[in-house]
Design a protein around this ligand. Structure first.
Ligand SMILES: CC(C)(COP(=O)(O)OP(=O)(O)OC[C@H]1O[C@@H](n2cnc3c(N)ncnc32)[C@H](O)[C@@H]1OP(=O)(O)O)[C@@H](O)C(=O)NCCC(=O)NCCS
Length: 406
């Protein structure tokens, strides 16, 4: 652990957390990430599916000086669910920073994640930092709109807003499904997750708008957003099946007396557009794909569907893609992607690749932030050459809806 030989001598090391570490982990998170996270960290440490087992600690002189955890999440690409690991609650005591403690713990949770079969890892956070651990900004995060302060956001007659309770999970899920219709890449949260999350003590609350006892809209309403430094009330993850429900949520947010910002969500926030301006800030979700061949193999049904919807429907062939450090082959027969395989260096040497994508852009390619063509326009070492149209077919730009809510 750490690259400082003197330091290495006093460190007890990096390991899986134990029940006896719980209070120190909570104290570290409150110190470095903020008191508002205490409820959630405790809830995760109490959760039988998470618990101390999914946390790492770095220990010095018997004291926890750094910690993080690995949550489970899923991304839905077309019709295929991909299990992903989500490192969270990354923190190092100020007097132990910059000694490689997070790097050592990331290595550990990346191993845990691979062992349980995750095909990628996702994380949101500090600009640039996670790139150092193999992450790319592969998925666009929702843009923010600032509602014009001159617009009066009034509660529609008959509507009221309340906080969700665990028993609302099925209703919430049904509204979320509406918002995700037509989306190519989605974050997947099941009913159990919603039930868990609404029971957690955290300032960002899931709010429901209802009229005559029927829920018509749902959103996270919280005291801030990282992009606006907590100076506004943020409304995120809006889903509704009645326009007045949306108005009710906005009215509730405005009731806090601060500017209101709204996270864009396709048609579900389109009615807000005339009342607001899009803020210039934008950000991406970090994604790490340690084995692009394994991920593409999992995505074969989706790749086949893309092929079937193209002019190549029914055709057979092979696409050799170089990542410059290795290469892989996508084989398709009668319009179906039948295999994605890695090439040995010898095999690769004997065959000219049809396209090239550097290894630190493969997640951005597969998760479709720009599509193969858009990626090639942005990066000189993304070479589509002879395979331009096949690459564009297999790796289009994807409409995404992956907000990392915790
Ligand atoms: C961010 C934080 C977790 C880093 O912890 P750390 O133990 O200092 O991280 P490491 O020493 O393992 O850093 C790994 C590498 O990134 C570098 N690094 C550290 N902080 C960095 C930063 N903010 N930006 C860019 N690089 C950084 C380190 O120098 C090291 O480089 P090296 O591998 O070339 O030596 C710690 O500063 C912290 O707790 N901050 C407050 C809480 C927070 O912001 N958490 C993250 C929420 S997403």
């Amino acid at each position: 652990v750490g690259r400082d030989p003197l330091y290495g001598a006093v460190m007890d090391g990096v390991r899986r957390a134990r029940p006896a570490d719980v209070e120190q982990i909570v104290a570290l998170q409150v110190d470095r990430n903020g008191a508002e996270w205490e409820g959630m960290v405790r809830s995760l440490l109490d959760d039988p599916d998470v618990g101390p087992d999914r946390f790492t600690v770095a220990v010095d002189g018997g004291r926890v000086v750094s910690s993080l955890c690995l949550l489970s999440a899923a991304l839905r690409v077309g019709g295929v669910d991909v299990a992903v690991g989500q490192p969270e609650f990354v923190a190092t005591r100020t007097d132990h920073e910059r000694r490689g403690l997070v790097r050592a713990q990331m290595d550990l949770v990346h191993r845990w994640s691979a062992e349980r079969g995750d095909l990628a890892q996702i994380i949101a956070g500090i600009p640039y930092f996670y790139r150092r651990f193999g992450y790319e900004y592969a998925i666009e995060m929702p843009r923010l709109r600032l509602v014009d302060p001159a617009v009066e956001l009034a509660m529609p007659a008959g509507w009221s807003v309340r906080e969700a309770v665990p028993g609302d999970a099925a209703t919430v899920l049904a509204l979320q499904a509406r918002a995700l219709a037509g989306v190519d890449l989605a974050g997947v949260q099941d009913e159990a997750w919603w039930r868990w999350r609404v029971g957690v003590d955290h300032p960002v609350r899931l709010s429901l708008a209802e009229c005559d006892g029927r829920v018509g809209a749902v959103a996270w309403i919280g005291p801030g957003h990282p992009a606006v430094d907590g100076t506004a009330t943020a409304v995120a993850g809006i889903a509704h099946d009645r326009l007045d429900g949306l108005s009710a949520l906005l009215a509730r947010a405005a009731g806090a007396g601060r500017p209101v910002v709204v996270e864009e969500r396709g048609t579900h926030t389109a009615p807000v557009e005339p009342l607001s301006v899009r803020l210039p800030t934008h950000y991406g979700l970090y994604v790490r794909v340690p084995d692009v061949v394994a991920l593409l193999d999992r995505l074969r049904p989706e790749l086949s569907a893309r092929l079937a919807a193209s002019a190549r429907a029914g055709s057979s062939g092979r696409l050799v893609v170089s990542t410059y450090v290795s290469s892989f082959v996508v084989a398709y027969e009668a319009g179906e992607v039948v295999a994605v395989t890695a090439r040995t260096p010898d095999e690769a040497a004997a065959e000219r690749p049809a396209a090239g994508v550097p290894p630190d852009l493969v997640a951005t390619l597969v998760f479709g932030r720009y599509g193969a063509a858009g990626l090639a326009e942005r990066h000189d070492d993304v070479r589509l050459e002879r395979a331009a149209d096949l690459m564009a077919t297999l790796f289009p730009r994807l409409r995404s809806d992956v907000a990392l809510v915790l």
